[in-house]
Design a protein around this ligand. Structure first.
Ligand code: SRS
Ligand code: CA
Ligand code: ZN
Ligand code: ZN
Length: 262
């Protein structure tokens, strides 16, 4: 009895001595779980050194959205996690990777290694070409398709673990990923074949939008905090006819490669 009383007293002393920051007290357990899932999944493919704890991931998210880097899940941070903010017009929202990797030549080659059963092959070929055209129209880049051998950007549909330590997660969640310019896997774009892919004429994940986003990564663009940007980190449903790069996307590719002639 005396022992239990002593335990309660010492526990109470600890709580009084180390109170939780007020902002943390306001975040309930359910919100914490939402944030944890968001940060673990959403930030898993940031091509920067692996962060093992939540605090670092929260700081990274706060830096990305221009908040003070407290590492604490405060209401401002929860607001971003639960409802992304609008981009600020006239302010650069895009990010480039550390060391700004880019292709040394304006002629970049690509090869389509495998396909999905969700669309005819010719449709995938057309949409890949169209996705590259988004970037070439606003930059000096020229994309050349090769049918054999190595290419700068090797494109494939694959599922689950596929040999690059970034296994896909089944339907939903991560739709695709791509590596920044470099040798080996550098530039390669992988699309999760557990998704239902669509050319926009039926239900499913819009391949043109996703490919344009992934090729942005393949060219050296990281994520933008402007929700209108193709390089915003989450997929949005849109009409294929309406796909166009935002000013922020155009600024980002031109920062890296220049304006081009057209
Ligand atoms: S990447 N190239 N930046 C991948 C990016 C992507 O797949 N983002 C996820 C996404 O938007 N998924 C849509 C379906 C799940 C929706 C539920 C909430 N949620 C490419 C894309 C911008 C074209 C991010 C994401 C959103 C997510 C997730 C990830 C739930 C895991 C779990 C690496
Ligand atoms: Ca998936
Ligand atoms: Zn992969
Ligand atoms: Zn992305």
């Amino acid at each position: 009895m005396l022992y239990s009383a002593l335990c309660i007293v010492s526990l109470w002393t600890c709580i009084l001595a180390f109170p939780l920051p007020p902002e943390i007290e306001k975040i309930d357990y359910q919100q914490w779980k939402i944030a944890e899932e968001y940060l673990n999944k959403y930030y898993a493919y940031f091509p920067e050194p692996y962060e093992s704890n939540m605090e670092d991931k929260i700081k990274k998210l706060q830096k990305f959205f221009g908040l003070s880097e407290t590492g604490v899940l405060n209401p401002e941070t929860m607001e971003i996690i639960q409802k992304p903010r609008c981009g600020v017009p006239g302010v650069e929202n895009f990010q480039l990777y550390p060391n700004t990797p880019k292709w040394p030549s304006n002629v970049v080659t690509y090869r389509i290694l495998s396909y999905t059963l969700d669309m005819p092959k010719y449709k995938v070929d057309q949409l890949v070409e169209k996705a590259f055209a988004q970037w070439s129209e606003v930059s000096p880049l020229i994309f050349k398709r090769v049918l054999i051998g190595d290419a700068d950007i090797m494109t494939s549909f694959t599922r689950g673990a596929h040999g690059d330590f970034n296994p896909f997660d089944g339907p939903g969640g991560i739709l695709a990923h791509a590596f920044a310019p470099g040798i080996g896997l550098g530039g390669d774009a992988h699309f999760d074949n557990d998704e239902q892919w669509s050319d926009g004429s039926q239900l499913g994940v819009n391949f043109l939008f996703t490919a344009t986003h992934e090729f942005g990564h393949s060219l050296g663009l990281a994520h933008s905090s402007d929700p209108k940007a193709v390089m915003y980190p989450t997929y949005r449903i849109f009409n294929s006819e309406d796909l166009f790069l935002s000013d922020d996307d155009i600024n980002s590719i031109q920062t890296l490669y220049g304006k081009g002639s057209s």
